[in-house]
Design a protein around this ligand. Structure first.
Ligand SMILES: [Zn+2]
Length: 413
């Protein structure tokens, strides 16, 4: 079925947009509905590309508000890992449904996820109508390389069943939880099967020091030696990357996703060097990280903090401008993340934002989007030509919240 959006505002012009078979068929001032089309009257709302959340652990919405204000390792070892050992498919499903509802309501329609029971996350994303690149977290410290390989193959096979809105990925957790042998194997599998890879890197200064002590190399050089830096790889965090590492990452075409709120909440003590990364030519995206360490999945609010942290760290308000920050948050600075441009032939994924909202009514639109907009400005969200939200309300939200709360209660959270 085709969908035609009428009366939308794009770069100051009133336009129509017609979607067919999940893609944008036409957009422009003269585009009107054809007979039989589903129609959506935008009422003068701003037509914008959706945000892309480059790093999540979606079902960790179940852990929201239970972080205990701890540093990274005690938080993982005391609060997270013991509870994760008890997770069931239905916990992950409802945690991920809650994540999808929250992301959709704040303008994100695509995300990159690393979490247990990845097929339950894929089912949640499919039912919610979003898009995601998903991988099971791979660890082999405390396990074995054979178990890691089995786990990777199991999750890739299960995820391949879900169709085009789910992209299976490899997700080795970090250089301090996966062996050299397994990282090398993951790099080879990614190359031979053209699979995306997502890994945490250089989140804490301690991780860098430990890597130098163990391998006599900084983390990016260590990963490169194992064949893990490629244009298929996403490095999450990158807080402590130095100029030589940024040059290498740019040369390999590897993407870095910065998660400023999670970094600030865990107080890692540094800020991702975005101006240096941009000058080096590194593809950059923005992420929230999991709700366990953020505790929100609202990328629209993290977008402001991203821009502010960059300005503050550089003691320079021109360190990043609103257009650049918006481009990063919508995936426009990292092709691998899967941004969807507003043009014929592209996937029919877009947002409608309220032009009469207090946050957007006055001022230059891009500046408002970065420094003022909140989830309350999102009127409608469309993915693959399907209207997933209209009137600012995610359908079924009450049931999703109730079920996720019930599952969190079961886990003692
Ligand atoms: Zn993470």
């Amino acid at each position: 079925m085709a969908l035609t959006v009428t009366n939308a505002l794009l770069e100051g012009e009133r336009i129509g947009l017609r979607c067919e078979d999940g893609a944008i068929a036409a957009l422009g001032a003269d585009v009107t509905p054809e007979s039989g089309d589903e129609t959506l009257d935008a009422g003068g709302a701003h037509l914008l590309p959706p945000l892309v959340n480059g790093h999540t652990h979606a079902a960790m919405t179940l852990f929201r508000g239970s972080g205990g204000d701890l540093p990274l390792m005690p938080w993982l070892e005391e609060k997270i890992w013991p509870v994760e050992a008890k997770l069931e498919d239905e916990d992950v499903y409802w945690g991920a449904r809650l994540a999808c509802a929250e992301m959709l309501g704040s303008g994100t329609t695509r995300f990159w996820d690393m979490y247990w029971h990845p097929e339950a996350t894929a089912r949640a994303v499919t039912d919610a109508g979003l898009r995601a690149t998903i991988g099971a977290p791979l660890f082999d410290l405390g396990g074995s390389p054979e178990e890691l390989r089995e786990s990777a193959h199991r999750s890739l096979e299960a995820l391949a069943e879900f169709g085009p809105r789910i992209t299976p990925a490899l997700a080795p957790h970090a250089i301090y939880t996966v062996s050299e042998e397994s990282l090398r194997w993951i790099g080879e599998l990614s190359a031979s099967h053209d699979l995306p890879v997502q890994i945490h890197l250089s989140e804490t200064e301690r991780e860098v020091q430990d890597c130098i002590a163990a391998h006599d190399l900084r983390p990016a050089f260590y990963l490169d030696r194992l064949g893990m830096l490629s244009e298929r790889t996403v490095l999450s965090h990158g807080v402590w990357l130095d100029p030589d590492e940024l040059a290498l990452i740019a040369e390999r075409g590897t993407t870095v996703v910065t998660n400023p709120v999670a970094n600030m909440k865990l107080a890692v003590g540094g800020v991702f060097p975005h101006p240096a990364a941009r000058s080096a030519g590194v593809p950059v995206g923005l992420g929230t990280d999991g709700a366990g360490s953020n505790d929100s999945l609202d990328l629209m609010s993290d977008l402001k903090i991203f821009a502010l942290a960059q300005k503050h760290a550089a003691a320079d308000p021109t360190a990043i401008d609103a257009a650049e920050a918006w481009a990063v948050a919508t995936g426009g600075r990292a092709p691998l993340l899967g941004a969807t441009p507003l043009e014929p032939g592209a996937p029919a994924d877009f947002l409608l934002l309220r032009p009469d909202s207090p946050q957007l009514a006055i001022g230059e639109l891009t500046a408002d989007l970065v420094y003022s907009a909140s989830a309350a400005t999102v009127e409608a969200a469309v993915v693959a030509g399907n209207v997933l939200m209209r009137g600012g309300e995610v359908p079924g939200i009450a049931e999703i919240v109730a079920k996720a709360s019930e599952r969190a209660g079961r886990l003692g959270l």
